[in-house]
Design a protein around this ligand. Sequence first.
Ligand code: SF4
Length: 714
Amino acid sequence: MTDSTKTLCPYCGVGCGLEVSPPAQPGKPVNRDSQGYPTWKVQGDRAHPSSQGMVCVKGATIAESLNKDRLLYPMMRESLDRPFQRVTWEEALNAIVNRIQTVRFTQGPEAICMYGSGQFQTEDYYIAQKLLKGCLGTNNFDANSRLCMSSAVAGYIQSFGADGPPCCYDDLDLTDCAFLIGTNTAECHPIIFNRLRKHHKKNNGKVKMIVVDPRRTTTAEAADLHLAIQPGTDIDLLNGIAHLLLRWGYINSEFIDECTSGFPAYADVIRQYPPELVARKCGIKVDELEMAARYWGESKRVLSMWSMGVNQSSEGTAKVRTIINLHLMTGQIGNPGAGPFSLTGQPNAMGGREAGGLAHLLPGYRVVKNAVHRAEIEQFWGLPAGRISAAPGLSVWEMITGLEAGQVGFLWVAATNPAVSMPDLERTKKALWRSPFTVYQDAYYPTETANYAHVLLPAAQWSEKTGVMTNSERRITLCSAFREAPGEARADWEIFAEVGRRLGFTEQFKFANSAEVYAEFVQLTRKRPCDMTGVSHERLATEGPQQWPCPDRSSSAESQSQRLYTDFRFHTPDGRARFGAYHSRGLAEPPDPDYPFVLTIGRLYGHWHTQTRTGRIEKIRQMHPNPFIEIHPRDAGKLGIQEDTWVEVRSRRGMARFPAKVTEAIAPGTVFVPMHWGALWAENAEANALTHPEACPDSLEPELKACAVKLVPI
Ligand code: SF4
């Protein structure tokens, strides 16, 4: 193969276009990785509308991860204390099907669980929903998006009547005021940040940037105003800004009257947040709070952006809705440069939402609780009425507690690494160890979660299978295969479909290729908020990426709506967006005399999640060789901690050890640890050994961002 292939970066939700060409090109030296091995050349796709040729270090080095430590063939073992033996696909699939049938008829379908991933392509997600929720009749499919952006999903649904970020990346060039809360965009969504930063610099003084974060991150350093609030006081801050906007008359009464509901109850709440009280609770100055409110009030176009700092919270949905409230009271939505923009963590978490890839969802932005939605899907899938359960399935943490209680008889984990990424990791590992039968399907081996599997299935990954992904601005890109999968690896959707056929659902899984899977899926989006019936593999291949809504074949990219709600009508029954009035509840586990520090965890620029790929890329390993703990000099001084002193960090659940980085970038009383290191990469450096599973009651997203810890220098 000498031609280049256009595709999408498979790391984060920015969704940058890539152009990939083979190592050997006529007349050119062979392209080699940092260790000298021939490797595919990856560069930004200048024609991709979302990224215009830009890529960060992760996208640029992705090819180096493709051939290292791959899981090449199925393996099985009778128990977790025995070694794996290589088996054929036939043997592995028979074991899986037998186990599913046994569990189905002895414990019931609700004892069958699958935990998937925002790394899935939409076709993988869709076939998994059809198998679990349709054919097997259990809604126990959850994805690692539960740990990432399920609060944003719940917030959008509650405020607007439907999920879906209303904004687009062009808004980054058009805003007067960027309000970034709970997002280290510069490191975690670097290409979005580059674009925003360029606009901010070009319009020096005219365009404002506010960053809300307890850490002085690279993002915060670029801001006009950095509000280093106390962890857990986001709602106080947001209500305090709203209080001042109301007091100063910076509200859009016409928009509130004609396009929203619930404002009076909200106004009653925000009147209880005077600046002096809010500043004291948040640990900022009244001047700073007033400046933030003034920037909001005086800007014609405010674009707020958030990610895990907001979503991973025991009040995550309330935080999301409280951000949206500010947009509703000022009418800052549906117009260029304005709106509440959730930055998605994973490359295809958006596609997962579209395909119904959480335990309470069905394809096409439907929900399992809605009888009409269930009936529509059952009919379309050719299944008997009543097959889809009306009860939301288990969230991933509920799968863990289900394992503890002996209620889970079959667990299938694919393209994710819960033995590093779940909260309260020792408890998670103990529960995984108790699983009577776990299938682990991944591209790589070893991983931490493979230790808890009875069956290992080799998955083809990005570059080896064709499918689509949707990025944060609702843009759908075809990711074409451009190389053979190694060994016996197969695409995730093909494995799910094969199991479905062997279970007797031959009609439901008659697909020759992923284009047919996608063609079936988009029919379920017809006349839904995420209508993409005008999108197909063939169209994406010939016309390039498309943004939804894209309702029929004739809608061209130009005529599609870049933004949602441009007519100010929402998906609620009365067409009005809803205010949600919330008081702050604070952290689920605040610091106390025994555990006096707040630990916050997060990502670094180069690494991705649990390092399954990036830990195998030399350049990134050199960039971030070791984990560490950030601690303020004042706290370090009191504890006798100096730069590089090893610190034992203890929470009520576990312990980890890190060398100290003494820095004023972290607020006193708070410490920071990166979340990337699992047991495979370092000893006792797992951030999630410390975190707790207390979750938002609406989104069930755990509060991974904050827990109480104590520090002991060692
Ligand atoms: Fe990939 Fe995200 Fe980097 Fe873009 S910003 S190259 S999508 S990791």
